[in-house]
Design a protein around this ligand. Structure first.
Ligand SMILES: *[C@@H]1O[C@H](CO)[C@@H](O)[C@H](O)[C@H]1NC(C)=O
Ligand SMILES: *[C@@H]1O[C@H](CO)[C@@H](O)[C@H](O)[C@H]1NC(C)=O
Length: 273
């Protein structure tokens, strides 16, 4: 008797738990709210900022991060406001910080410590949206992936060397460097942007990397994925152990040799294969 009372109480609590958990469903939160129409783009594109679009856009964004959605050329028009909101939010910064924390935990488990390092332990970083943020570019051009990236305009912006550091990345960079890893910066930026890139990196707080690899004419003929894989092959052939790769594009991790660990930073504004 007592036992069945306990059982039914437990079931009741479980049921209540389920109901209240369901109330946290993002769509249910907006029940009864009227959709609001807002114009977000400076280019005159009207986006319907329907509260229940939030769920759709969040699942689009997360599926980009999971690499289920690939090769998109533009962010779906109805989600541009959402991508802008996320990429400029404290949630984005929290997500980056989390990745940084996980990388530091991982570093603690690798055998590379200053005393034991043999100088052949390597770490690879992307540049754009990994060490340097392109958010100010998207802010001033007002499109946040809603239009295909204008390479001319984007490279002009990169050549000014004014990109700020991605939050928390300067800390991680030096943590890795001080542990005795050789840091390789592997970017799809073109070779002619080298001095602007170096100045920008130093200005943002980075120094002491071992090599900065940019794409010359030969590399521009390859896909970015192939180019980055070839750099890893080259490093491996020189005897380096690549402990980790951190980037904001999936092209940083694809192909062989497979890095021991990868750390993907959020970026749903553009996709480069
Ligand atoms: C979602 O939006 C559509 C169209 O605006 C509306 O008909 C529908 O009732 C909304 N659903 C919810 C759950 O708010
Ligand atoms: C890209 O930007 C440049 C420089 O602002 C401009 O001249 C050009 O027309 C743009 N290209 C496209 C395809 O919009």
């Amino acid at each position: 008797m007592a036992r069945s009372l306990v059982l039914s109480l437990t079931l009741a609590f479980l049921f209540i738990g389920m109901v209240s958990a369901r109330d946290w469903n993002i769509l249910n939160q907006f029940k009864g709210l009227k959709p609001t129409k807002t114009t977000t783009s400076q280019k005159g594109v009207t986006t319907l900022k329907d509260p229940n679009l939030t769920g759709y856009c969040e699942s689009w964004r997360i599926n980009v991060e999971l690499h289920n959605i690939r090769d998109f050329t533009v962010v779906p028009q109805e989600c541009v406001w959402f991508v802008q909101k996320y990429m400029t939010s404290s949630q984005y910064e929290d997500d980056v910080e989390r990745a940084v924390d996980e990388a530091i935990i991982y570093l603690g488990k690798t055998c590379c410590e200053k005393k034991k390092c043999d100088g052949m332990d390597a770490w690879i970083f992307d540049i754009d949206d990994t060490l340097l943020s392109t958010i100010p570019y998207h802010k001033s051009n007002g499109c946040f992936g809603g239009e295909q990236l204008n390479t001319t305009k984007f490279e002009e912006w990169q050549s000014w060397g004014k990109a700020p550091a991605v939050p928390n990345m300067v800390k991680l960079f030096h943590e890795i460097r001080e542990r005795g890893f050789k840091i390789f910066l592997v970017s799809s930026r073109k070779e002619y942007l080298r001095s602007a890139t170096v100045e920008n990196l130093i200005e943002a707080g980075y120094h002491g990397w071992s090599n900065l690899l940019l794409r010359g004419e030969e590399e521009e003929k390859k896909s970015v994925t192939q180019y980055k894989a070839d750099v890893r092959t080259w490093l491996t052939s020189l005897g380096y152990k690549v402990w980790g790769v951190m980037g904001a594009q999936w092209n940083s991790f694809a192909g062989c040799p497979v890095p021991k660990r990868t750390f993907k930073l959020p970026n749903s504004i553009y996709y480069i294969a």
